[in-house]
Ligand binder design. Sequence first.
Ligand code: BV8
Ligand code: ZN
Length: 236
Amino acid sequence: MQRAREWLREASSVAALTGAGISAESGIPTFRGAGGLWREFRAEDLATPEAFARDPRLVWEWYDWRRGLIAHAEPNAGHRALVELAQRVERFTLITQNVDGLHDRAGSRDVLKVHGDIWMVRCTACGRQTRDDRVPLPELPPHCECGGLLRPGVVWFGEPLPDNVWREAERATRQAEVFLVIGTAAVVYPAAGLVPLAKAAGAKVIEINLDETPYSAQVDCSLRGRAGELLPEVIA
Ligand code: BV8
Ligand code: ZN
């Protein structure tokens, strides 16, 4: 922990990659942890274009349920610690796989949302993309003014990540002197590939996670514990 603290104090460019684990202490279930993300379904079964084509109402019930959870949740000390860190470091980039928007609500700016945003909806007919934060939604599945079916503005399995956001995330990772990887199982690509990319570019990589991940043995410092407790300590 002491080494990690020193690296962060000396760094002029830092990048952080967060996953569902940083929102766990806000009461948002993780994808692969105990209890999973929804009753008998797995994210891999619902977060896909095929599932949406087959049963848009079921997929929207899942997203509407998650939007309700998130709307009643608050950012936690882990989210806030990253806002604090951004104010101290000359160049700080926050990259998140989370679609919940809790980093923004904590005060983070210019968050790179590589898997999209649950509060955005996109029309499958006219392509119009708008923010819709009504919970619950008045009708499932929701429709656009043009009559087209709306989909959540998130990246599903098998779909490409938003090009400009992804390029920016890679650039920030390559330039980071210190790369924090927080609360992610690091099994979903290409996002997880940012960890070896940071390492190859010469960054000190610090992992914060409750459990081991496929990268725990390769990072420079692997801190075992809750992000809400460890992040405030490591940025102190
Ligand atoms: C792509 C958004 C190519 C929606 C998500 C076979 C078939 C098809 C595709 C593939 C395949 N094999 C591989 C792939 C690629 C696939 C992939 O990686 N699959 C994995 C499962 C093997 N990737 C894709 O499909 C990506 N697209 O490759 O496109 C392409 C290119 C060009 C043109 C066309 C196509 C798209 C991936 C994005 C999918 N969307 N979500 C939504 O959220 O509903 S993924 C989903 O998983 C979430 O975004 C989530 O963020 C992400 C990663 O999960 P984690 O954040 O890591 O969360 P998890 O629960 O897993 O882990 C939590 C961690 O926190 C744990 O380690 C736990 O220990 C820890 N923790 C818990 N509590 C705490 C904590 N740590 C600290 N403190 C705590 N308190
Ligand atoms: Zn439309």
